[in-house]
Design a binder for this molecule. Structure first.
Ligand code: DD3
Length: 326
């Protein structure tokens, strides 16, 4: 039943042809010249720059929006191959220097090809502000017992809000962004683009599968009982991504974070060629490995020692230090 939304035409098209169609679908669509919304950022007052990355072409700003704490993230997005011709023909060009066969320019693309991805968190908590400050990290080794005596009590007392996750599952937010849903309460999930992906190009493809079950906090809760759920997400998630974006499973990195940034089980699907934050060995667990580990030992993630990095200002790090584990 859930497969019906996937359609049936898997196979014949080359991935690259599909990718091109996906790109041009979006070109003609909502970007650029269309409707604009009221500029709520005109009233933004900067308090501090939390982080400024020339490499990532991103700036994280802490400030105030109408007397409420806010975090604003501005990001220059990748140049899209499908808009190159228009970008060059419609540009304003200013020569900066010329020397022999070399010259440099300032190029101003047409406004609609010069957008910046902008994320606003308002009202922002202390935790949001801290999240974007550069921090030293420390690697922690968490045994099964450490999880029960240190980590679990900590995440329970913090009761991090996953309201936004429930909004997605209940169709109260991001409804039109859903790429695929299996509505089954046991093995079902919602697949949609992560916040971090503007969906303008496949290079930085990033989707998340959020499970319908509400009592699975993280990797640590998984047992062999969850194998049907994990296999379902793996199979149908990849199928849906092939269908929509033309990217086959062999071009995807499918994994879980431990520790996750929110304690409602979710799986990351990112483009293999995309060197995304949080995909390194100390935090990412490939879904394929998780499935195999649970197949060979149903209690694998209850008993194994798991390593993960914690930031200096993370409350969980203090708990590990107090317990003499660091
Ligand atoms: C989050 C982790 C959380 C700041 C930021 C993001 N994908 C989300 C709300 C809606 C979403 C996500 C927390 C929060 Cl920038 C603080 O992520 C989200 N919707 N990752 C989607 N699609």
């Amino acid at each position: 039943m859930a497969d019906a939304t996937l359609g049936s035409a898997v196979g014949s098209d080359e991935p690259s042809a599909k990718a091109k169609r996906f790109r041009s679908d979006h070109k003609a669509g909502q970007d650029g010249e269309g409707r604009t919304d009221r500029n709520i950022l005109a009233a933004f007052k900067t308090t501090t720059v939390l982080r400024d990355s020339a490499l990532e072409k991103t700036i994280f700003i802490h400030g105030k929006l109408a007397d409420r704490e806010a975090v604003v993230i501005l990001e220059k997005t990748p140049i899209r191959e499908d808009t190159l011709a228009e970008m060059l023909s419609g540009a304003k060009l200013k020569l900066e220097m010329q020397n022999d066969i070399y010259s440099t320019y300032q190029l101003q693309p047409p406004a609609h090809l010069n957008e910046m991805k902008t994320t606003v968190i308002c009202p922002a908590t202390e935790k949001h502000v801290k999240k974007y400050q550069i921090q030293e990290s420390f690697l922690v080794e968490e045994s099964g017992e450490d999880y029960l005596s240190i980590t679990l009590p900590y995440i329970q007392e913090q009761s991090f809000s996953v309201q936004w996750v429930h909004n997605i599952l209940e169709k109260k937010a991001e409804v039109e962004r859903i790429v695929y849903e299996d509505p089954d309460p046991g093995v079902g999930f919602v697949l949609l683009p992560d916040f971090k992906w503007d969906q303008k190009q496949l290079d930085d493809l990033y989707l998340i599968a959020i499970v319908h079950q509400r009592d699975i906090k993280s990797l640590r809760d998984l047992t062999a009982d969850h194998l049907p759920l994990l296999q379902n997400i793996s199979r149908k998630g990849m199928e849906a991504i092939l269908q929509r974006y033309g990217l086959p499973a062999s071009k995807l990195r499918v994994y879980l974070h431990y520790q996750p940034s929110y304690y409602h089980l979710h799986i990351h699907f990112t483009a293999l060629a995309f060197d995304v934050r949080g995909c390194s060995v100390e935090r990412a667990h490939l879904l394929a490995d998780v499935i195999q580990n649970l197949q060979s030992d149903p209690g694998f993630y209850k008993t194994r020692t798991l390593c993960f990095p914690l930031r200096a200002d993370d409350g969980l790090l203090s708990k590990f230090k107090k317990a003499g584990k660091l």
